[in-house]
Design a protein around this ligand. Structure first.
Ligand SMILES: [Cu+2]
Length: 543
């Protein structure tokens, strides 16, 4: 096989189900350092990220309101046991007790303050750039100055305070880097983790919790022979790794009992999407929540397409599986993916012998809530209001075109890029919805070249249609990322609030975002000076 991935792109071979590249994947000289031996799939145990639980119930009845996190470079055995495999330097968020990329737990109505210190090496050891960062809590309706605005950077040695209101409903959020022009490489280096918001609806629902509720952070990566991460963005189009990591472990195996489990699936890849399914029909899967929290009704599915930054919470029921059954979570054909030997494998569940020892919290409710008409004003009251939005309520429709500019090779939204926003001193906006207004936005991707997972900051939306057809069953919940497939136009409806100010909208193929498919909109009127200025409202300081 001596086609480079660039050739594959040129010849239109990508996405062909028949095409698998061997382990020694690439003829390009730049890739001679890549691993020639891969860890064996399903040979390492599943692990959960560490937790930091700030809720009252976990802290003697008093909720913790302040957290200090540090971004550091650490060296860890990602590929396998130290001594047998080389180790990998990663950039990660470290908690006060050394927790690496911890899952942070909070209750609805529990605001917190998080100090993020940038203690990374001053320059990236491979790319040589100044290692500025910006922390975005994806899924949080934060004020503009706490939203991880790309140009609101934390330079090496600096600290920034972020305030998170946590007034939304139960949902799976994630925090990840958003530093301007560095996002893809910083996130690829490891700066990504989950954040769980809990509420009464979740508690009352009887769905699995605790040991039966686990994050599945799925990402791909390429490794060099010395264990370092290799970066190859295929001429600023995509990064396609040949190793799939789940919570940082290559293709893990997880022992399960004959009962239901809740998994919070996050696609944390730079460019790869998945079409997830289970290999054994005796294991059943329901989608119960999307990016913005619970769906009105759980949806049973046999497969589920997930683009970058999307979160789908599923319940998998292993009750009908026999002793020792092996159930694979795998991916299928997705247009524009580059598949290597094992990139359609994700992880394995191994079913224990005998009945489950604990069948508490083993429910799937028929319904979480009924969608309802939103209350006037710009407040946020819950996913039921998001799911009650209709096209008829919209005061305005806007269409945004996501395109590759063949002239200068950049990715654009309506012909513009983040550089245009920077050049305007952050004043330029592509939309100015009034606070509390309801609008329909149409995301148009007329090219067959790439799909674009479009993320709108601040709000949750409801997907109305995809190329005029009804959304997929698994998308029938509140969303903040819309998978805008090749040749697709996706229509969404949203209400703008609860905050006013400037927020980003961008493609979550992070290579596209960095080059430069990102713009901003402003909720409410222009204010100058703006107390919630996304850069000057709460700048980082030297510490
Ligand atoms: Cu894109």
């Amino acid at each position: 096989m001596d086609l480079s991935r660039r050739d594959l792109l040129r010849f239109g071979l990508l996405g062909s189900a028949a095409l698998y590249l061997p382990v020694q994947r690439l003829a390009r000289a730049a890739d001679f350092r890549s691993l020639t031996k891969l860890p064996a799939p399903y040979s390492y145990p599943f692990t959960r990220p560490p937790s930091i639980d700030l809720r009252a119930a976990a802290n003697g009845g008093t909720a913790v309101d302040t957290l200090r996190m540090t971004m550091r470079q650490v060296t860890v055995p990602v590929l396998g046991p130290a001594g047998k495999w080389v180790q990998t330097p990663l950039w990660v968020y470290v908690g006060p007790n050394g927790e690496i990329n911890p899952t942070i737990h909070v209750d609805k109505g529990q605001p917190i303050r998080v100090y993020h210190k940038n203690a990374l090496p001053a320059t990236h050891p491979v790319h040589g750039y100044e290692s500025w960062t910006s922390v975005h809590l994806h899924g949080s309706a934060s004020l503009p100055q706490y939203d991880g605005y790309a140009s609101d950077v934390i330079k090496p040695g600096q600290t920034k305070l972020y305030e998170y209101p946590n007034m939304q409903g139960a949902r799976t959020l994630w925090y990840h880097d958003h530093g301007v022009h560095r996002t893809a490489r910083n996130a690829y280096a490891g700066l990504a983790a989950q954040y769980h918001l809990h509420d009464e609806m979740e508690e009352a629902s009887g769905i699995p919790t605790g040991a039966y509720d686990a994050p599945l952070i799925i990402r791909d990566a390429l490794f060099a022979q010395d264990g370092t991460l290799l970066w190859d963005d295929n001429d600023r189009s995509s990064l396609m790794g040949d190793i799939i990591l789940v919570n940082g472990v290559p293709w893990p195996v997880m022992p399960v009992h004959k009962r239901r489990y809740r998994f919070r699936i996050l696609n944390a890849c730079i460019s790869r999407s998945f079409n997830l399914s289970l290999s054994d029909a005796r294991a059943k899967m329901w989608v119960i929540a999307t990016d913005g929290g619970f769906m009105p009704k759980p949806q049973q599915v046999t497969s589920l397409r997930i683009g970058m930054a999307e979160r789908y919470e599923v319940i998998i029921d292993f009750t009908g599986c026999p002793d020792n059954a092996e159930v694979l979570l795998r991916s299928g054909d997705v247009k524009n993916n580059v598949d290597y030997l094992h990139t359609r494998k994700i992880m394995k569940f191994k079913v224990a012998v005998g009945p489950a020892p604990d069948l508490s919290r083993n429910e799937i409710p028929a319904e979480f809530y009924t969608a309802r008409t939103p209350t006037p004003g710009n407040g946020y009251t819950g996913p039921d209001e998001v799911m009650g939005l209709t096209a008829q309520m919209a005061v305005r429709t806007r269409r945004m075109r996501f395109k590759h500019d063949d002239g200068d090779g950049r990715w654009t939204i309506d012909g513009e890029t983040w550089d245009d926003v920077v050049a305007s001193e952050y004043k330029r906006v592509i939309a100015t919805p009034a606070a509390g207004s309801i609008e329909v936005w149409e995301f148009e991707n007329s090219s067959g070249g790439w799909f674009h997972p479009v993320h709108v900051h601040l709000i949750d939306f409801r997907i109305l249609s995809r190329n005029g057809r009804a959304p997929n069953a698994y998308e029938l919940g509140p969303k903040d990322v819309a998978y805008v497939g090749e040749g697709e136009t996706v229509k969404v409806v949203m209400k703008f609030g609860p905050h006013q100010g400037r927020y980003m909208i961008h493609c979550h193929n992070l290579v596209h975002e960095d080059y430069d498919m990102m713009s901003q909109f402003r909720v409410g009127p222009s204010v100058d000076p703006d107390p919630n200025h996304p850069i000057f409202g709460a700048p980082a300081w030297d510490e």
